[in-house]
Write a protein that binds this ligand. Structure first.
Ligand SMILES: C[S@@+](CC[C@H](N)C(=O)[O-])C[C@H]1O[C@@H](n2cnc3c(N)ncnc32)[C@H](O)[C@@H]1O
Length: 208
């Protein structure tokens, strides 16, 4: 059985996509995120870890028309909202992909995934991202910052009660930095940017 959110969205039938986009836009402007990534790097081979149903995949394939795109996730039906012959989707975890595709990507994107990942696994996913990257490749890591604000309460409510993830756990900014530098090294973060419409959407550019 899926989450309440997924069930309600599916009930919209042909309008599901629009409803999903409107809902998602309350919390993050994916166009702004894709613009940010374009300003940071020019990839030829992209891997998105935790691609979900393909909302960001659609922007990345549009904005990087010459790059390959592989989206991976642990859920079934990944990429179901975006069908494009250039986009490949695989149900596999990052650690297993790293065993077969080390050094194959020059851009890894992890957007709004880490707060759904149990604490003990977070380092493993970042280590896998590091292995998947070519030397000099870029990881764009974007997550929601833990802060006591009304929109944070709304985001938590949405993740737990609409998205159905009872174990969601956000990190404050310094914890995100510490997690990243514990794997990639102290100097690996070369840029940071807030993504519209909330400063709690915080993106890092990390270079391997
Ligand atoms: C909020 S969605 C983000 C989807 C996509 N990144 C986007 O921006 O459109 C979070 C996704 O993270 C995935 N996820 C959670 N734990 C994961 C893990 N350990 N490995 C890969 N994906 C995971 C979930 O299945 C879900 O599809």
């Amino acid at each position: 059985m899926g989450s309440i959110g997924a069930t309600v969205r599916r009930a919209f039938g042909p309008y599901e996509r629009h409803v999903s986009e409107l809902y998602r836009r309350i919390f993050i402007d994916l166009e702004d995120l894709s613009d940010c990534i374009r300003g940071w790097t020019e990839p030829t081979a992209i891997c998105e870890i935790g691609c979900g149903e393909g909302a960001l995949a659609e922007r990345l394939c549009r904005d990087f028309p010459d790059a390959s795109y592989l989206g991976i996730d642990i859920i079934p039906h990944l990429g179901r909202m975006f069908e494009d012959e250039r986009a490949e989707f695989r149900q596999i975890d990052a650690q297993d992909l790293a065993k077969e595709a080390a050094g194959k990507f020059d851009l890894i994107v992890i957007n709004d995934v880490m707060h759904h990942v149990p604490g003990a696994l977070r380092v493993d996913i970042l280590k896998a991202a590091q292995q998947l990257l070519v030397p000099g490749g870029v990881l764009v890591f974007k997550d929601w910052l833990k802060r006591k604000t009304p929109i944070h309460a709304a985001c938590y409510f949405a993740d737990v009660h609409i998205g159905g993830d009872k174990n969601v756990a956000y990190m404050p900014l310094q914890d995100q930095r510490d997690l990243i530098t514990s794997v990639f090294g102290q100097d690996a973060i070369v840029a940071e940017q807030s993504i519209k419409p909330w400063s709690q959407n915080h993106a890092f550019k990390i270079v391997k």
